[in-house]
Write a protein that binds this ligand. Structure first.
Ligand SMILES: Cc1ncc(COP(=O)(O)O)c(C=O)c1O
Length: 634
């Protein structure tokens, strides 16, 4: 339960709130969102002492603390409108605009967007980082520097106003995070500030929870603060986040049912990309300047977001790649080339995407290894006994998709990994079709490698991730040579970097990595459990609607499915169905979907494949079903 400031903070601790550096740090994040705010101090070195003459109350000290001497800097600083200062509670904070008649601007919308987008990763290079600022040991005197009226022993009567200032500064973040009582964010921040300094150690008496309930302070959690306890999934509000959905194609409202090929992007991802290029663009890891530090911070922050999202133990186990295809090729060409020997067996399932077949074939040809294939039954479910029988002492690697892109089958990969481990085989899990639909925990799965593409989970194309267990990455040779992947280069000898840098030669796709981080934030906020529940219902509805259509044959009827509804229609070629649906504004994929062996198992060379995502609705499925019926009526 939230407690009041007085309960947690006995007299004397409140002044820590007013640490000008701290406020400048927070404010600088807020200012990124405000026109003209890019000039606000971004690092503590840019913050100068408050002009004493300009501070007449604790609140004003705090407000002015972020102003480096120039009155123009006051533009964009958050403040209480005068009428709310007295009450000091509840009221919104506003940004003061310069004279220009634009009026003050409420903080909330900016906070909401920042809560979505910002990376709060710690950064040791002097760039901003709320987490770091809060956790670093602080000298009590420097905390109070610039606030001459306040000392730990003699709290200023203005404390209440100061607290209200901070509380209001942070409340919008809480609102954005969907917290019931967002004002307690200020208390959480205070608590951390207090415990990180020696100003008043007795200030924090309340037992500390291990994790803050504020996801932007700790790990963004897989479950959304907004929806964690709710059964409802507000698809209408989700759809508003995706601009591409709100257009007409051939005069009809677009129905995007090609999600297994790629997903549409929410505004937060689009803005994360454009904000990066608008204000933080720099190469990473090398420059000793502010933009390089910001870009590095955001890039490494995205790596950390991936780590949390898939439950990896360390961010050094996460390697940025172009996507699933590149990740699998990387493993085949490094781990595979080193450890696969002639006669070794590589076990795949018949459901694999070509990206999880061809790289292993190439390796097998080079090494004289053998590919084995686990079959499925007539529903498209793996026949576990057959799979278990194919495992043996020669099996060195098992590579499995977690969800099939052609049939939608969700494979029991946890059980399949357990069986493979009995033979000491390594297991790669292809998460391209699962990661946006079902919660993944690589440690719980005990996967050795896990790979996915950003564009299938609302992130940019051209970026993805490879997770590898540390002990495996350590013994794998590098893949490509170049900058960043080395510790030392001489013409006689080069010493390679450790993972992940060892596998990231050259300038990576920095903006796209940041966009992927924003996409994972988006999904985390909605909560994958909520998404899975909603999509499951949608898949059942879609299956029932399609099965009502005479002459329609569903390919893939496994009990556990993601929302892939592959079908063929009697007497109508797939491509013709696709073209007709397109004219109705409905986007579906037709063809072999890069998974020919799985379709041939069902006697077809291709299908029409509507595939669902979190923003699809039952009424869109109705439109699909009606359109298919009208093809038959032609
Ligand atoms: C199961 C599966 N694996 C791998 C891939 C390849 O992904 P990408 O083209 O993003 O590398 C896909 C793409 O459709 C897929 O569905």
């Amino acid at each position: 339960m939230p407690v009041t400031s007085k309960e947690i903070y006995p007299q004397g601790s409140i002044p820590e709130l007013l640490n000008p550096t701290f406020i400048a740090q927070v404010a600088s994040r807020l200012f990124n969102e405000v026109p003209g705010g890019a000039d606000a101090p971004r690092s503590e070195t840019e913050v100068q002492a408050i002009p004493e003459s300009s501070a007449s109350s604790a609140h004003e000290h705090a407000t002015h603390a972020a102003i480096p001497g120039d009155p123009a800097w006051q533009t964009g600083l958050p403040w209480f409108p005068p009428e709310s200062r007295e009450a000091g509670s509840g009221d919104s904070l506003y940004f003061v605009r310069n004279s220009g008649g634009q009026g003050d601007e409420k903080l909330e919308p900016h906070a909401e967007r920042l809560t979505e987008q910002q990376s709060y990763s710690a950064n040791r290079n002097g760039s901003y980082g709320l987490e770091e600022q809060l956790n670093r040991p602080q000298d009590p005197q420097s905390l109070l520097a610039g606030i001459p009226n306040l000392t730990p022993d003699a709290p200023n009567p203005g404390d209440e106003i100061s607290f209200a200032f901070l509380r209001n500064l942070f409340a919008p973040f809480g609102n954005a995070a969907g917290l019931d009582n967002s004002t307690c964010i200020a208390e959480e921040l205070l608590k951390r500030a207090a415990s990180g300094s020696s100003v008043n150690p007795s200030a924090v008496e309340t037992p500390q929870p291990e994790l803050s309930p504020f996801y932007f302070l700790d790990a963004p959690r897989v479950s959304s603060p907004k929806l964690a306890n709710a059964d409802i999934f507000d698809v209408a509000s989700v759809r508003r986040d995706f601009p591409a959905l709100h257009q007409k194609v051939h005069g009809k409202p677009l129905v995007w049912l090609d999600n297994a090929a790629t997903t549409q992007k929410p505004l937060s991802v689009i803005e994360a990309l454009s904000n990066f290029y608008a204000s933080d663009n720099s190469n990473i890891h090398r420059g000793a300047h502010t933009l390089a530090a910001r870009a590095t911070d955001a890039y490494e922050g995205a790596r950390e977001k991936i780590r949390r999202f898939i439950g990896a133990g360390s961010s050094s186990e996460i390697i940025f790649v172009r996507g699933t295809t590149e990740a699998i090729n990387l493993v085949a060409q490094t781990w595979g080339r080193k450890f696969i020997q002639p006669g070794d067996e590589i076990l795949l399932s018949i459901l694999e995407h070509h990206a999880n077949i061809v790289p292993w074939q190439m390796l097998a040809q080079e090494k004289g290894a053998v590919i084995r294939v686990a079959p499925v039954d007539d529903h498209g479910e793996i026949i576990l006994e057959e799979y278990a029988r194919l495992l043996g002492p020669k099996t060195k690697l098992v590579s499995l998709t977690q969800a099939s892109n052609g049939l939608g089958t969700i494979l029991p990969v946890r059980e399949m990994i357990r069986l493979a481990k009995r033979h000491d085989a390594k297991v790669l899990v292809d998460g391209a079709q699962s990661v946006a639909h079902i919660p993944v925990d690589v440690q719980d799965l005990d996967a050795d490698f896990f790979v996915f593409s950003g564009h299938k989970i609302f992130g940019p194309a051209g970026i993805g991730a490879l997770y590898g267990k540390k002990e495996l990455l350590d013994v794998m040779p590098p893949w490509q040579g170049g900058g960043n992947m080395i510790k030392d280069v001489r013409f006689e000898h080069t010493i390679y970097n450790d993972a992940p840098a060892k596998f990231e030669a050259g300038t990576p796709s920095i903006g796209d990595a940041i966009g992927l981080g924003a996409a994972l934030d988006y999904v985390s906020k909605l909560g994958l459990e909520n998404i899975a529940r909603y999509e499951h219902e949608l898949t059942q509805y879609g299956t029932a609607r399609l099965l009502e259509i005479p002459g329609l044959r569903l390919i893939g009827t496994a009990r556990e499915k993601v929302g892939v509804l592959s079908f063929v229609l009697d007497g109508v070629p797939n491509e013709e169905v696709g073209r007709f649906l397109d004219r109705e504004g409905i986007a579906v994929r037709t063809g072999h979907h890069c998974t020919q062996p799985s379709l041939r198992r069902f006697g077809v060379e291709g299908t029409v494949r509507p595939s669902l995502s979190l923003y699809n609705t039952k009424s869109e499925i109705d439109r699909l079903a009606d359109a298919i019926r009208s093809i038959q009526r032609r």
